[in-house]
Design a protein around this ligand. Structure first.
Ligand code: GTP
Ligand code: MG
Length: 195
């Protein structure tokens, strides 16, 4: 696990509500329901730290978690389809884009890709935004336990090919299952070494 305590800091609904930009920060972005909140729980070993659910659109705020006193992990609302009113979704999508393009202390964005589906058009849009904003991003394939080995290999290849076209993409992707603990230690180590 991470050195030092892990604590929920706050849920942010507007850029004006961001905590001071004085720590190394990583965030988890991805389509609604891809497993962002579940991954934070797996990383921290805390089952209900971030609220996960089967309903796409569960996380509607930018949730800050402190790792000790030098880092933040940030759980983001999803993009793409969500079960919430259109006007509300539009508001949180705008916030998401402001955050991804305008947070100075954001060291790395982990872009979660569903291991069953690979990179979709909406993922490409977010990756384009991160390219333009010069935010290094790393792909994390999720739900590896829900897909056959052959399909997973195929989606890893498809994701690698997609990433190779993005200047801001970190070349290595991480395959995970929050359910089975796969790839969690690798991701934890990656986060711990970012300065
Ligand atoms: P939003 O907040 O709605 O954008 O979703 P999210 O990306 O935070 O997804 P969340 O963590 O809430 O997970 C969505 C659903 O997928 C939940 O029912 C989780 O239990 C399930 N899930 C997440 N990760 C895994 C995994 O590694 N394996 C399996 N089998 N299920 C997972
Ligand atoms: Mg969530």
């Amino acid at each position: 696990l991470f050195a030092g305590p892990v604590d929920f800091v706050k849920g942010v609904v507007a850029m004006s509500g961001m905590p001071p930009a004085d720590r190394v920060e990583v965030c988890f972005a991805g389509r609604s329901n891809v497993g962002k909140s579940s991954l934070i729980n797996a990383l921290t070993g805390r089952k209900n730290l971030a609220r996960a659910s089967n309903t796409p659109g569960r996380t509607q705020e930018i949730n800050y978690f402190a790792l000790g006193d030098a880092r933040y992990m940030v759980d983001l609302p999803g993009y793409g389809y969500a079960e919430a009113p259109v006007a509300i979704v539009a508001k949180w999508q705008a916030l998401l884009k402001s955050y991804l393009s305008g947070r100075q202390t954001l060291r790395r964005a982990f872009v979660l890709i569903d291991g069953r589906h690979g990179v979709k058009a909406v993922d490409e849009e977010i990756m384009d935004l991160l390219d333009r904003s010069a935010v290094t991003f790393q792909a994390v394939l999720t739900k590896a336990d829900k897909v056959s080995r052959a399909e997973l290999e195929q989606n890893i290849e498809q994701s690698r090919a997609a990433l190779s076209k993005h200047p801001a993409a970190y070349p290595e992707l991480i395959v995970t299952s929050s359910e089975k603990g796969l790839g969690i230690e690798t991701l934890r180590a990656t986060i711990a070494t970012l300065e």
